[in-house]
Design a binder for this molecule. Sequence first.
Ligand SMILES: [Fe+2]
Ligand SMILES: [Fe+2]
Length: 281
Amino acid sequence: MKVSLLDLIISLSDVMDMISPALNGHHRRVAHVSYMIGQKMGLTTERLSNLFITALLHDCGGISLKERLDALQFDIINPFIHSEIGYRLLSGYEPLKIPALIIRYHHVYWNETSRYAAKKEYDIPLESYILNLSDRVDVLVNKKSEIIGQSMYIKEKIISESGKKFMPDVVDAFAEVSKPISFWLDIINVEKSCIIQENNIEDTILDENSIFSAMELIRRIIDFRSGFTATHSSGVASVAEQIGKCAGLGKGEQNKLKIAGCLHDLGKLAAPVEILEKPGK
Ligand SMILES: [Fe+2]
Ligand SMILES: [Fe+2]
């Protein structure tokens, strides 16, 4: 069995955005804008790949619907909880160690850098500033209105924060890449535009041995959503595997059962935690 890590991440990303129509496609749009800016700034293919993957997962630490919707405000209040949770969820999985670090700082504004620079352990990656600006571009887009008419306002709003909220070099790159109308049209047709970028991403093909650590990551993200079911998926995976063994299934089939056990509650990511933990449920 061989599985593309990028395919897994895209699926995870899409499911997380199904939690509300207001969030539909948010991760993909931010990935698209981040990629365009990173490319303009001359990032290597490896860094661009990590940036794209990071953007697809950047709000994975936003557990409640309220938290996700609050993050859609341009002047977001207290965004550091979901940034830290995202970091902690992803950093235990070796292939996502760099994305985890980028996510940790994805809401640090440029003019807050000195506060972090004072401590050596807080070295903020350039990619966090790119992700921050790209995220703010998407929250400024009114999805109910046509895009070209808003583009000038969004550009002016972002450029006016150069050297304040946003890193000047990142703003300059954004100002350049957002000149063609196609940039804005690609934002609203993001599934199509992402396909082109996905083809340029350095993907990891997971084999039988490495697939379980990826499943463990996804399971952790799913189970973390509710304190009542914190180890539920891993329990289901183990029991399903053991029943398969007792029923005489081969190792390959047992592995499939274990994977299915890890993923069986994937739909929980699309359900608000306010519903999952509703008293009396
Ligand atoms: Fe965020
Ligand atoms: Fe976001």
